[in-house]
Design a protein around this ligand. Structure first.
Ligand code: UT7
Length: 400
């Protein structure tokens, strides 16, 4: 039986024209550029035009991806659209996209997995092409978060932005593509990031509207804590399962939520920033669109070359997480006549060496994570205590 591999044949992205800067936000809520940049790394984000919805943005990115892959919409077997902000709760936005693309023979599904949605979609697409069921799958991550944001809530409105990114995952007989994956959910954190007033649990009433329950709410600290742990664990797992160490990863593409989350995770993983794709300064957190937007920009900037191993990782509402290692198609070593691993004896030897290297790296990451968690556990109460003292001193001075 033929063995199939997954291959990303085309990619495309779309960011709405309107730019909302930190200074613009400081005219809307009590915030400032310095706070936003130092706490998040975000400088500006894109906002959809009036009437521009998730499927409108998806179309742009999907058409680019199809063109680059050299296939037409009628060649698609499946469309996966990941979004927490679909045009409607019913019908699925993926069917709207299918109709507007003219992808008449494609099946269509919408994935709700928060900011991890694109990772769930990519992994699902890879399964379908690797098992031979489908030839071409379109995966889109797209969000119009601007409509779900409470623009008076400075905890959330500074973070999010709109956009869309797409890839075509195709069946290939050439080795490469997805090497390992992990998908997960810690449902106990379901209320850390929530749009409480839309859904079968809660009818929309005047009261829910007045309480702004149709807008996004977030426990930022809880998500932050989960994010750093989930990202570190997920990347460690997929890199190990691919038989690699972090040194073998040419580029890490993380969910673009907060530069501090990324920095903490990459410090624990032991990967330097030069090998990490970051574009959140220009787009903010675009949820399910964030990983494909970063992937597209990395490709367009030439940061991914044939034969490269890239790691993609995301986390989000649910609380969900997902990661994979993807070997970019093409052969880095095609000019080398005989590889070291081609020799039967050295092959066995290098397998053991690789296993030892992987184990040593995994232990190192675990130790680093435990050490920084312990430091955090000590520093946090101290910090809170100091803040209390400072506040009391301030009150005392004010009373004088
Ligand atoms: O895709 C997943 C989506 N979500 C995330 O990834 C969010 C993860 N969490 C975060 O990124 C961070 O928790 C935030 C960026 C949301 C907040 O950063 P933080 O360092 O956790 O800030 P904080 O909530 O602890 O607030 C620190 C201070 C507070 O003032 P006091 O109590 O120290 O006087 C806040 O009132 O900063 C204040 N603050 C602000 N100040 C200016 C909170 N938001 C703002 C703001 N502008 N926008």
């Amino acid at each position: 039986m033929a063995q199939y591999y997954s291959r990303i044949m085309g990619w495309g992205m779309y960011a709405p024209e309107r730019v909302l800067t930190n200074d613009d936000l400081s005219n809307m809520v009590d915030t400032n550029d310095e706070w936003i940049v130092s706490r998040t790394g975000i400088r500006e984000r894109r906002i959809a035009a009036e009437g521009e919805a998730t499927v409108d943005m998806s179309i742009h990115s999907a058409k680019q991806a199809l063109e680059q892959a050299g296939i037409s919409a009628s060649d698609l077997d499946l469309i996966i659209l990941a979004s927490s902000t679909p045009d409607y709760l019913c019908p699925p936005a993926s069917s709207l996209l299918q109709d507007r693309l003219g992808a008449s023979k494609a099946a269509a599904m919408t994935i709700f997995a928060g900011c991890t949605g694109f990772m769930y979609g990519l992994v699902t697409a890879a399964q379908f092409v690797e098992n031979g069921a489908y030839k071409h799958v379109l995966v889109v991550g797209a969000e119009t978060l601007s409509y779900a944001i409470d623009w008076e809530d400075r905890d959330t409105c500074i973070l999010f932005g709109d956009g869309a990114g797409a890839v075509i995952v195709s069946r290939s007989q050439q080795p490469g593509g997805m090497q390992s994956m992990v998908l997960g959910s810690e449902g106990s954190g379901w209320d850390s990031l929530i749009l409480p007033g839309i859904g079968s649990n809660r009818q929309i009433t005047e009261e829910t509207l007045a309480k702004k329950e149709h807008k996004l709410r977030m426990n930022g600290r809880a998500v932050f804590k989960f994010a750093t742990r989930a990202m570190t664990d997920a990347v460690t797992k997929v890199v190990t399962e691919a038989g690699l160490t972090i040194n073998d990863i040419d580029l890490l593409i993380p969910h673009q939520a907060n530069a501090r989350i990324i920095d903490l995770a990459i410090r624990r993983l032991g990967i330097e920033r030069e090998r990490v794709m970051i574009n959140l300064d220009r787009y903010g957190n675009t949820s399910a669109a964030s990983v494909p937007l970063a992937l597209c920009e990395a490709l367009d900037e030439g940061r991914i070359q044939p034969g490269d191993n890239i790691a993609l990782v995301a986390f989000g509402a649910g609380l969900t997480y997902g990661a994979c290692v993807w070997e970019w198609h093409g052969d880095k070593t095609e000019n080398e006549a005989i590889l070291v691993t081609d020799w039967p004896v050295s092959d066995t030897f290098s397998e053991y060496a690789q296993q030892m290297r992987t184990t040593a790296w995994r232990m190192q990451v675990q130790a680093r994570t435990k050490a920084s968690d312990a430091a955090m556990a000590v520093m946090l109460p101290l910090y809170t205590f100091q803040k209390g003292v400072k506040k009391r001193l301030q009150q005392f001075e004010d009373e004088q």
